[in-house]
Ligand binder design. Structure first.
Ligand code: 5GP
Length: 120
């Protein structure tokens, strides 16, 4: 099962405004900002505003309105950034084997180059 949410994680601090981020989008359900260590010409993180550790507890327990709002926000961020054509990659790491480092749900948006094979 998903670990309890830890309000001291770095993205919780960003949501509370305790540490800065390079924001690209915000609405009632989501915040998007540039990754501090970009792995593509565009590397944006989109996070829900609710307290969710990962896709696991989010998909299992979030109200439908929060799930819809978050999914919509990811699409808005990609369109606003101009990456629908020629395309982009979304990635969510879940838990230890997923390589998740920050225990607040986030979707990576990679764009601006051809990403190649899925795990390349
Ligand atoms: P994960 O491995 O958990 O899926 O990805 C965490 C991501 O958060 C990494 O790509 C890392 O560079 C990014 N990151 C970690 N700390 C910060 C921070 O303080 N600010 C920003 N903007 N990104 C961060």
């Amino acid at each position: 099962a998903t670990l309890p949410y830890d309000d001291s994680n770095i993205f919780a601090k960003i949501l509370r405004g305790e540490i800065p981020c390079n924001r690209v989008y915000e609405d009632d359900f989501a915040l998007a900002f540039h990754d501090i260590a970009p792995q593509a010409p565009t590397h944006i993180l989109v996070i829900p505003k609710g307290r969710y550790v990962s896709w696991d507890d989010f998909s299992a327990t979030a109200p439908d309105v929060e799930i819809a709002g978050f999914v919509r926000a990811v699409g808005i961020v990609a369109r606003d950034a101009g990456h629908v054509e020629p395309g982009y990659r979304l990635l969510a790491n879940i838990g230890a084997h997923g390589g998740q480092e920050v225990p607040h749900l986030h979707v990576h948006l990679f764009a601006g180059k051809s990403m190649g094979p899925m795990l390349g």
